[in-house]
Design a binder for this molecule. Structure first.
Ligand code: IMP
Length: 198
């Protein structure tokens, strides 16, 4: 029988991307809900790596199954690294991203072209029931756009401009985004680790 691996996220947009990226994984990837392990997890780490490990450890304890988790966010240099690990909680967890994105554009209205550097960061952690743990991290570099564009992706994608593509990450097809994204890179690195671990 195939190994079952839980992915510790309640975010449907993310889960869709993850299933696509890990399509070739020789294991059945199940959601937290499918594993019966839904429920809040206190993400009180101060780094992406810590938070990914907290999520993976918690869900591994709840299910007794190998668990993957990621923690990701947008780091904006002009805002001193904000929203960073607070990306999901920025202006309140339930505030629509249209509002969050508008507020960020407003806060960067005086930022010159050379001052708009930003990156998406993704840490991916794996925790096994026997206690073994791995964490990998990857980034996607870009800039904060001057206005929103695009309807693909989720979250901050409409304001994340990729100079070498001449568009935002919300204007990329899902396949294109997965090829270059922080999450795509981190998950492919983790896929390699899993090959050695399982
Ligand atoms: P997490 O679920 O705690 O990892 O929070 C990640 C948050 O960062 C999401 O809710 C989004 O706001 C933002 N984020 C992470 N990755 C992306 C992405 O690929 N596109 C847009 N926003 C992202």
């Amino acid at each position: 029988m195939k190994n079952r691996i839980v992915f510790a996220t309640g975010n449907e947009g993310k889960l869709r991307e993850i299933r696509m990226i890990l399509a070739d994984l020789d294991a059945e990837l199940i959601s937290m809900k499918e594993a019966g392990a839904d429920g809040p997890i206190e993400e009180n780490g101060t780094t992406f790596e810590e938070n990914a490990l907290i999520k993976a450890r918690t869900v591994c304890e709840r299910t007794g199954l190998p668990t993957l988790a990621d923690d990701s966010g947008l780091v904006i240099d002009y805002l001193g690294g904000a929203p960073g690990v607070y990306s999901a909680r920025f202006l309140g967890e339930d505030t629509p991203h249209s509002v969050k994105n508008r507020v960020i554009l407003e806060r960067l209205k005086d930022a010159a072209p050379g001052e708009r550097a930003a990156r998406f960061v993704c840490a991916c952690a794996c925790v096994l029931p026997d206690g073994r743990e791995r964490v990998v991290t990857a980034t996607m570099e870009g800039e904060i756009a001057y206005e929103t564009a695009g309807a693909n992706g989720f979250g901050y994608d409409p304001i994340f401009y990729l100079p070498e593509y001449g568009c935002t990450s919300a204007e990329l097809s899902p396949e294109e985004k997965n090829r270059i994204s922080h999450r795509g890179k981190a998950l492919r690195m983790m896929e390699e680790e899993l090959g050695k671990l399982l």
